[in-house]
Design a protein around this ligand. Structure first.
Ligand code: KIV
Length: 275
């Protein structure tokens, strides 16, 4: 008999059971060393976000990131973290052309070590979500401020403001859930709109600049450690303040998310911008 201790990886079933008792804590991560720290600190889900294009590679958007980049970082993270559920981002241009294109690239990311892929977009992505889920690939949808659309949005702007935009967002979220998405990131959407989505959907909702009512929260690792320069979005909080190590900062984030202390009112958006 082996004497190795073995930490089983969380499953979707485990996450749903946990979510009935507390909020879920998710962070982005890109390498094995930080992945081990996040695991030790109690993070439930790790996202290998295409934000790596900005925080690791130094680009000014996520658009230059490729499937090979995400696969490489996913393999690093999967070697470092035993317990968290691992989600790999499908980068710009890797899934929009057809469900078949998405399937081929999603398989690449699952074989690199993820348990789920994340796809940005609205109702137009529902057929692709259904295609992937029916073939054994769990999908996390991503609605609201989808950074791969930065050039369409004209910048990183809060989405879901105004009746038409809210209706489109609600219809998109419902169609993605109906297509089989098991999880949904809701990014930079006014708090009442995000709360309405979180309360009406059955899937796991992960907020970022959305609402404390979501099933869980995500932040970019570098942002929550206060690393990097430049303008910080309203939803970012540095957890390094008062922490004597990176693991302590991540533990503080996990505790605040689990207890629904983060995000506070200062980290979410009002229905209309302040005058
Ligand atoms: O790429 C990323 O890190 C993301 C999160 C901000 C949700 O998509």
């Amino acid at each position: 008999m082996s004497s190795h201790s073995f930490t089983p990886r969380l499953t979707l079933h485990d996450l749903r059971k946990l979510a009935a008792t507390r909020k879920l804590a998710m962070l982005t991560c890109y390498d094995a060393g930080f992945a081990a720290t996040l695991d030790a600190a109690g993070v439930d889900l790790i996202l290998i976000g295409d934000s790596l294009g900005m925080v690791v590679q130094g680009h000014d958007s996520t658009l230059p990131v490729t499937v090979e980049h995400v696969a490489y970082h996913t393999a690093c993270v999967a070697r470092g973290a035993a317990r968290p559920w691992i989600v790999a981002d499908m980068p710009f241009g890797s899934f929009q052309a057809s469900p078949e294109q998405a399937y081929g690239n999603a398989v690449r990311l699952m074989q690199a070590g993820s348990q789920m892929v994340k796809i940005e977009g609205g109702a137009e992505m529902a057929p692709t979500v259904e295609f992937l889920v029916r073939r054994g690939i769990p999908v996390c949808a991503h609605v609201g401020l989808t950074p791969q659309h930065v050039n369409v949005f004209g910048g990183y702007r809060v989405q879901g403001r105004g009746a038409d935009a809210v209706n489109r967002l609600q219809a998109a979220a419902q169609s993605l859930q109906d297509a089989g998405a098991a999880m949904m990131v809701i990014e930079a959407v006014p708090e009442p709109v995000a709360r309405g989505l979180a309360q009406s959907l059955q899937l796991i909702t992960i907020g970022i600049g959305a609402s404390a009512a979501c099933t869980g929260q995500v932040l970019v690792l570098h942002d929550m450690l206060g690393a990097g320069t430049g303008r910080r979005p309203r939803f970012v909080k540095s957890f390094m303040a008062g922490a004597d190590s990176i693991e302590a900062a991540v533990r503080a984030y996990v505790a605040d998310v689990q207890a629904a202390r983060f995000p506070g009112p200062e980290h979410v958006y009002a229905e209309t911008p302040a005058a």
